[in-house]
Every structure is written in structure tokens, then in C-alpha cells.
Design a protein around this ligand. Structure first.
Ligand SMILES: [Ca+2]
Length: 269
């Protein structure tokens, strides 16, 4: 995830207000929090359904995956921003929670250099869904000269010739909704399946606005998170590669099945 390694974003994100910091556990290191270390991880938290910045998200920071205790915890402020205390270089796993929302665990962020490096970990969260309902959240890079500004989501529905896409957003389309269609960087772009029918659904993303550049989609740092009911089922990343359309997964009888292939034969508009 090169995004987390990007430096020089401090200016863009200036004005971040540090949330409450709780340092857990007394005694000497191994805590990697030291004021003299200038490295931090910061980011924004957003709501998948409204796209708005989300305050009061607790962000627990650990040095291992699946941690149940965190060496530090901060809270996103009224502008949805959070920022960790100073950290030594290393790999960190961030865990996001908020009342009524599905937990997002193990978001990896890496600080490669000791010093003033700023890692960025932006996260989109969703409220819990009903049993058997799905929500698919696409997010991607902020402005980048070699990436796609308008990534589009497509959901092929069993027995329906035209997929769910921006042309039928905001309506109940065979039990599915394109809740949010983002056209200018970052996302979120959000799809919800409220009524799941038998058969095979296919979810894919497309390069809408930069079609002459077949590498751009794979350079857009696209992340696709799948939620079912009250849990996060799977997180996908679109890899570097050549193509205008990338297929992520099928949903078959309520199960998410990986595809993860470039496929320019899928229907797009
Ligand atoms: Ca879009």
C-alpha cells in the first residue's frame, strides 16, 4: 500500500486536531510511542452511505494483526480527522470502531523511515445491515496524475441484462442500490444489495474518464470492501495491471467468491 507511505501530505491535511489519546499499560517500552519520534499516521473517517466525514470513531493502534489490546487509541474529531501520537518506524495495524457501525480491523500502515514520515490511512465505515444484505464500498486515491478520477462500480444481477451502474443509481434496481456515485477522486462509491436473489452476482470496477490510458485503473489504489449483515467480509485491492475493467468477485448464494481478474469484455457504459 504505497498510499500509507506517502510523505508530504502534512500540508494537505493541516489543521488536523488531535483527538483524545489514551496510552494503555504502564511501564517501560516495548511501546512504540515516543514523542521524539516524529512519524505519525493520520487519516479521515467517512460514512459509506452519506460520504460525510465521521466523528467519534475510535482508532486503536497495534503492532500485530488481530490485536485485542492497543498501545494507543485516538478518536476522530468533528471533521472526521484522526492522528496518532509520534511513532517509531514500523508496521502498524489500525482498528476502527464506532457505535452502530461495523468494525474495521487490521488496516495496515507502514512507516519506513525514522523521523517525520506521515502515513495516511483513510477509512470508510458503514452502519450494520440486515441479515443477508450486502454493502460494497469502493474508495481510491485522491488526485494523482497517473490515476483515474472517476472510477465506476458495476454490479451484474442474475437474470438482468443491464447491471447496476451510475445510469440507474438512486433507485431500487432489482433489489440493489447505487447509493453513492463519486465522480471526482477518492470515493466512497457505495453499492447495497437489499434483496439478494438466487444466482450469480458479479462486481467490477471500470475506468470511466481516462480510457486512453490502460494502466491508469491499476494505478488508482482502488480498495473494495465487502460487508454482509453486521460484518466486514473481505477487502480487495485492484493491483497494478493493464485494462479498463477489473472484476473483483461474485456473490453466489450469499457467499463471496474471488475473481480478481482484468476483464474488458464485461458490460460497461
Ligand atoms: Ca464513479
Amino acid at each position: 500500500m504505497s498510499r500509507t507511505n506517502r510523505t508530504g501530505l502534512a500540508a494537505i491535511l493541516a489543521g488536523v486536531v488531535l483527538g483524545s489519546i489514551g496510552l494503555m499499560g504502564a511501564g517501560p517500552p516495548p511501546t512504540p510511542v515516543f514523542e521524539q519520534y516524529g512519524g505519525i499516521i493520520k487519516g479521515t473517517t467517512k460514512d459509506a452511505l452519506t460520504g460525510r466525514l465521521l466523528s467519534n470513531v475510535k482508532v486503536g493502534i497495534a503492532t500485530t494483526e488481530n490485536a485485542t489490546e492497543f498501545f494507543a487509541e485516538v478518536t476522530s474529531d468533528a471533521n472526521g480527522h484522526y492522528e496518532t501520537p509520534g511513532l517509531m518506524k514500523g508496521v502498524y495495524y489500525l482498528n476502527y470502531s464506532r457505535q452502530g457501525y461495523i468494525k474495521v480491523k487490521n488496516v495496515k500502515a507502514e512507516l519506513l523511515d525514522e523521523g517525520t514520515e506521515v502515513g495516511v490511512a483513510d477509512v470508510v465505515m458503514t452502519t450494520a445491515l440486515g441479515d443477508g444484505q450486502f454493502r460494497i464500498v469502493v474508495s481510491w486515491t485522491e488526485y494523482s496524475s497517473d490515476a483515474v478520477a472517476d472510477v465506476d462500480s458495476y454490479l451484474a444481477i442474475p437474470g438482468v441484462s443491464t447491471p447496476l451502474y451510475y445510469g440507474n443509481k438512486g433507485i431500487n434496481y432489482y433489489g440493489t442500490f447505487l447509493d453513492l456515485d463519486d465522480t471526482s477522486w477518492a470515493g466512497p462509491e457505495t453499492t447495497t444489495i437489499r434483496q439478494l436473489y438466487p444466482g450469480v452476482y458479479t462486481f467490477y470496477v471500470n475506468n470511466y474518464n481516462r480510457r486512453t490510458d490502460w494502466w491508469a485503473l491499476g494505478q488508482s489504489e482502488i480498495k473494495v470492501v465487502v460487508y454482509r449483515g453486521d460484518e466486514l467480509v473481505k477487502t480487495y485491492f485492484v493491483p497494478q495491471g493493464q485494462g479498463l475493467t477489473y472484476a473483483l468477485f461474485n456473490i453466489v448464494d450469499g457467499q463471496v467468491v474471488d475473481i480478481e481478474q482484468w476483464d474488458n469484455d464485461l458490460w460497461t457504459h
